[in-house]
Design a protein around this ligand. Structure first.
Ligand code: MN
Ligand code: MN
Length: 465
């Protein structure tokens, strides 16, 4: 090999370019990436709603020695605890031996809700030989993507006597699935002329659930009655019970590898289980003297509001309780704490190149992605992390050999989006966004690079160890 020229050496030292993890990785590293994705796949398949993600995550935490904590209980150094917030949000924490006022708490915050189709409270009706359920979609969905695909029904029904019945239909090989009709192209000439956003209306996202009439000539709505009788036989519920139910339609797809080389992974709900799973596994895998907290929040897709969203007081309530028990000052602890707000970002897609600014976009397989700021229309509603904090993270990743990248979500004024970072920063906790680049974000089947998932895990481990 010929020696490098001065110009080549200068370029190497002075210029910045992204690295493809697969290109840099050893055979062992590629195997570690692939092995890690297997655990992630089973997490995805058992966590399609925030309630299920909470249950799956609790099982992982308990296996790692974490026990349930309720507000008011005592907390001591060495404790490994989790708080279950109404079955939809989880705050896990471990109290380290380091002085918590000096070192603060290292917080990893992700969300476990994903866009989906929710049932209305009076959903059921029959028309033209079919029974349907009325819906109201949840989060930012492109409605046309949810027609003509297999859907599974997940959720809970609270019966008149208060009994909670869990429902999950459509995941098993022999389960029936549910379905939203679309128009045949032969009659779709006018529909094809409509913008994508309005071609399928919200009130047309009706779920096809049956077609068998009840065997009794003296009743009307026979198909609906068949469905009601099956629901009553299977779950003991009546039509009125839908009023106190939370039932959602989610894609009945399992997580699957993409492509001949299996480098990429398709699944429903990467946003944001692709950050939740690395946060949980980083917590349970890493021995550290630091105090660490993992927050898996609900309602991010609709504004992080309410009891189980990141804007709830519960986060600060738990920090206050930790501090009260340890005889520490919560304001001091929060000011010393640091947080990675772990959410997905848009991966650069050459098929839609015009909405991205390529130099500042996340490139698939180039690692976990830090966004100093998000927001839209002139950084509106963003937590803009300080250069000092970004510098701290940069040093940390360099010391730990984490391959990572930086990006913003699309071109200036092309759109934009926000995450939970600002709500955490509002508590005087230094926060920056970091997460996995996703292709086809919010589609029923989203795509990530397995290398980026593993890089996010490595980044979290470096941050909390
Ligand atoms: Mn998200
Ligand atoms: Mn989202």
């Amino acid at each position: 090999m010929t020696e490098k020229t001065n110009g080549q050496k200068m370029l190497e030292t002075l210029s910045y370019s992204k690295k493809n993890i697969y290109e840099e990785a050893s055979v062992e590293k590629i195997k570690a990436i692939s092995d890690y994705s297997e655990g992630y796949k089973s997490y995805l398949d058992s966590s399609k709603t925030e309630r299920e993600a909470t249950e799956t995550s609790i099982a992982m935490l308990e296996k790692a020695g974490y026990t349930e904590y309720k507000l008011g209980q005592s907390i001591a150094v060495g404790d490994k605890k989790y708080l279950n917030q109404h079955g939809k949000c989880l705050i896990a924490f471990r109290i380290g031996t380091d002085d918590i006022e000096r070192e603060g708490i290292r917080i990893l915050a992700a969300h476990i809700d994903s866009p989906r189709i929710d049932l209305k409270q009076i959903p059921m009706y029959e028309e033209a030989g079919m029974c349907f359920l009325k819906t109201h979609y949840y989060g930012g969905v492109k409605k046309y993507q949810w027609t003509a695909i297999p859907l599974a029904l997940h959720g809970v029904v609270v019966k008149a006597d208060g009994e909670v019945v869990k429902i999950s239909v459509g995941e098993g090989e022999n389960d029936p699935i549910f379905y939203i009709n679309d128009l045949l192209p032969h009659l779709g000439a006018k529909q094809s002329q409509e913008p994508l956003g309005t071609a399928i209306k919200g009130e047309n996202l009706n779920i096809l659930i049956g077609g068998l009439p009840y065997d009794d000539d003296d009743v009307s709505d026979k198909i609906k009655l068949t469905a009601l009788s099956i629901l009553n036989d299977s779950y003991g519920i009546t039509e009125e019970d839908f009023i106190s139910a939370e039932l959602s339609l989610v894609p009945a797809f399992k997580a699957r590898d993409i492509g001949f080389d299996r480098a990429l992974l398709a699944a429903y709900g990467h946003d944001d289980k692709v950050c939740s799973y690395p946060a949980l596994t980083a917590l349970t895998d890493t021995e550290t003297k630091k105090s660490v907290m993992v927050v898996l929040a609900d309602k991010e897709e609709i504004g992080s509001v309410g009891l189980t969203g990141m804007q709830s007081d519960i986060l600060v309530d738990v920090i206050n309780e930790i501090c009260r028990n340890l005889g520490k000052n919560s304001a001091v602890v929060r000011s010393a704490s640091k947080c990675l707000s772990a959410d997905v970002t848009a991966a650069y897609d050459p098929n839609f190149a015009d909405v991205y600014e390529k130099r500042n976009s996340a490139i698939v397989s180039c690692g976990t992605t830090m966004s100093k700021y998000t927001g839209a229309r002139g950084k509106s509603s963003t937590n803009d992390a300080s250069a000092e904090f970004v510098g701290f993270i940069r040093r940390l990743f360099a010391e730990n050999g984490v391959i990572w990248q930086t990006a913003e979500l699309g071109k200036v004024d092309a759109g934009g989006g926000g995450t939970v970072a600002m709500y955490i920063a509002n508590h005087n906790i230094e926060t920056v966004d970091l997460g996995v680049p996703v292709l086809s974000m919010h589609a029923p089947y989203e795509v990530v690079s397995k290398a980026d998932v593993y890089s996010t895990y490595e980044a979290f481990v470096a941050f909390i160890k």
